[in-house]
Ligand binder design. Structure first.
Ligand SMILES: CSC[C@H]1O[C@H](OP(=O)(O)O)[C@H](O)[C@@H]1O
Ligand SMILES: Nc1ncnc2[nH]cnc12
Length: 291
């Protein structure tokens, strides 16, 4: 049984992880290019933790400029088995007001200018995304949030837009009418790539605003979001600390097989595979390619 290594991707407002014991910076190079930032590695209550701020410190990177492939690749190389994304989002539901942490269980991908797969010409793979979030991690997150007195919603659909502009009123009303719960700009293709890399993934979607559909909120502004971000970030850090204390030290097998997603995904015949691409896939797909 493998040791659990918890990865944390910090989104808007979460550029470090105070409380990381013995924290040190680790630069891991990736054949997929530059990750957002060096990793910060340490422990919380003895559990190995790897932290990566997806926009880099200073919020240098916009959602479309993040190299999601490099980020997931370096987290895989760092041994991450379980990955939590901490993400700011807008809400489409009155009952999920700013301050709510939504443990989403579905995603809709509306992004259109991002590299969204490690696979392609010379090594084709099709992983299942039917259930994109680890049910086991969601349960651990819900338990940790309850212990910390953090208001959560269990389940919801996160629609990922390209951005960087916020939605038009018509888009916002459409997503609301379709029944989506929250909106953000980063969790796709991140969740898809984590699945391809066989890393269990879950998102804490932290509501900062009601997007622009809400009659009392004419438009979303970064200033308004930042006001909520700070208190959300404090709660998120408490949530991570509690999760780290309670997460089993051995990686628990994923009940939906996220950690073995490539067992049934590769379709390119071994003799038709491109050696160059195989080299780049050494970390994310090494388990199956070396078999
Ligand atoms: C600062 S508001 C828009 C920004 O916030 C969210 O970032 P993240 O998901 O990394 O927390 C959203 O996706 C946008 O990137
Ligand atoms: N309303 C919103 N739309 C997209 N991304 C967001 N991040 C925070 N609030 C958002």
């Amino acid at each position: 049984m493998a040791q659990a290594v918890l990865g944390i991707i910090g989104g808007s407002g979460i550029y470090d992880l105070p409380g990381l014991e013995g924290a040190r910076e680790e630069v891991i190079s990736s054949p997929w290019g530059e990750p957002s930032a060096p990793l910060r590695r340490g422990t919380i209550a003895g559990l190995p933790i790897v932290f990566l701020p997806r926009h880099d410190r200073g919020h240098r990177l916009s959602p479309s400029d993040i190299n999601y492939r490099a980020n997931i690749d370096v987290l895989k190389r760092a041994g991450v088995t379980d990955l939590i994304s901490l993400s700011a989002c807008g809400s489409f539901k009155e009952e999920m007001p700013p301050g709510t942490f939504v443990l989403v269980d579905q995603f809709v991908d509306r992004t259109h200018k991002r590299e969204s797969s490690f696979f392609g010409k010379g090594c084709v793979a099709h992983v299942s995304m039917a259930h994109p979030v680890s049910p086991r991690l969601r349960i651990h997150l819900a338990t940790a949030a309850e212990a910390e007195g953090i208001a959560i919603a269990r389940g919801g659909t996160y629609v990922c837009m390209e951005g960087p502009q916020f939605s038009t009123y018509a888009e916002s009303m459409t997503y609301k009418t379709l029944g989506y719960s929250v909106i953000g700009m980063t969790n796709m293709p991140e969740a898809k790539l984590a699945r391809e890399a066989e890393i269990c993934y879950a998102t804490v979607a932290m509501v900062t605003d009601f997007d622009c559909w809400h009659p009392d909120h004419d438009a979303v502004t970064v200033q308004d979001i930042i006001r909520v971000l700070t208190s959300n970030a404090d709660k998120a850090k408490a949530l991570v600390a509690r999760l780290a204390k309670d997460l089993p030290r051995e990686h628990e097998p994923c009940p939906i097989g996220s950690d073995r997603a490539l067992d049934t995904a590769l379709i390119t015949a071994p003799e038709a595979r491109d050696p160059e691409l195989l080299r780049k896939l050494d970390a994310v797909a090494g388990r199956v390619l070396r078999a």
